[in-house]
Ligand binder design. Structure first.
Ligand code: CA
Length: 264
């Protein structure tokens, strides 16, 4: 447990000393593993519980982030642009879910939702809110930092989208990149964030074979070390939700999304 803060629980370790674990995970070589941190990222932390907010701000600053802290939904909506929003859903003035949706309608700034109850947030609700990830209180500080970095990596870089980047059409498939709405044959398709990322990866270049490595690197973190079976599970799920024939397996290589119209 050394090096882990339990925020929202009773076990706060706010003395600000690096434990050996923390140095190992986020030490001086962190910048080389997380390239985006050469530029200081500005986080907006929306949290009304000061016993969580203050140690969180201290910890995140120590990790090299700039942190703006607000305690109400109204202040969150009035806050200036930032690189990522950490949003507690239980706010004193506004429904956190409304704040989340409003922020998402306004910009593509990544949002990590913080919930006190696990069942309050699941992947479906996350999708509906337009959030990028979530953590459940009490959460470990290191887990939170890892999630923040993963979301920043996924969403960082890349030029702002041009008009042709905003919408992807491949046969019966339509993807609106800004709203993350997916329809197939006019029918709305509810996808998890990973399924969505995977589908976008495939649909950006229909009929082109994407290798397993390419897809895993593009959709999961570059430091992904889990089983590549995860990829197959997500492909199977996409086939089930869309149509079995839409994604073709290219044996020993990878997958491609079939768009007959584009191939002609
Ligand atoms: Ca709260």
């Amino acid at each position: 447990m050394d090096g882990v803060w339990l925020l929202g629980g009773r076990d706060y370790r706010t003395e600000g000393k690096d434990s050996p674990n923390e140095r190992l995970a986020f030490g001086k070589d962190a910048a080389s593993r997380f390239p985006c941190e050469h530029v200081s990222m500005r986080l907006l932390v929306v949290e009304d519980d000061a016993t969580i907010a203050e140690p969180l701000r201290t910890g995140l600053r120590r990790e090299g982030f700039e942190v703006d802290l607000v305690s109400t939904g109204a202040d969150a909506l009035a806050a200036p642009e930032c690189d990522l929003v950490l949003l507690d859903l239980g706010l004193p003035d506004l429904d956190g879910r409304v704040v989340c949706r409003t922020l998402r309608e306004r910009s593509d700034t990544p949002i990590i939702v913080v919930s006190a109850r696990g069942k309050e947030v699941d992947r479906v609700i996350l999708f509906e809110l337009g959030a990028d990830d979530y953590v459940v209180k009490p959460f470990g500080f290191l887990e939170l930092v890892a999630r923040i970095r993963a979301v920043l990596r996924r969403t960082a870089g890349g030029p702002s989208p041009s008009a042709s980047d905003v919408r992807i059409e491949a046969g019966a498939l339509q993807i609106d990149i800004r709203t993350r709405n997916v329809t197939f044959d006019g029918r709305p398709i509810l996808l998890t964030p990973r399924e969505y990322d995977l589908l976008v990866c495939l649909a950006r270049d229909p009929n082109v074979v994407h290798t397993r490595e390419e897809l895993i690197e593009g959709v999961w973190d570059e430091n992904w070390w889990g089983s590549t079976k995860t990829l197959d599970v997500h492909i199977a799920s996409l086939r089930k939700k869309l149509a079995p024939e839409i994604i073709e397996t290219v044996r020993g290589v990878g997958f491609r999304l079939i768009d007959d119209a584009a191939a002609q």
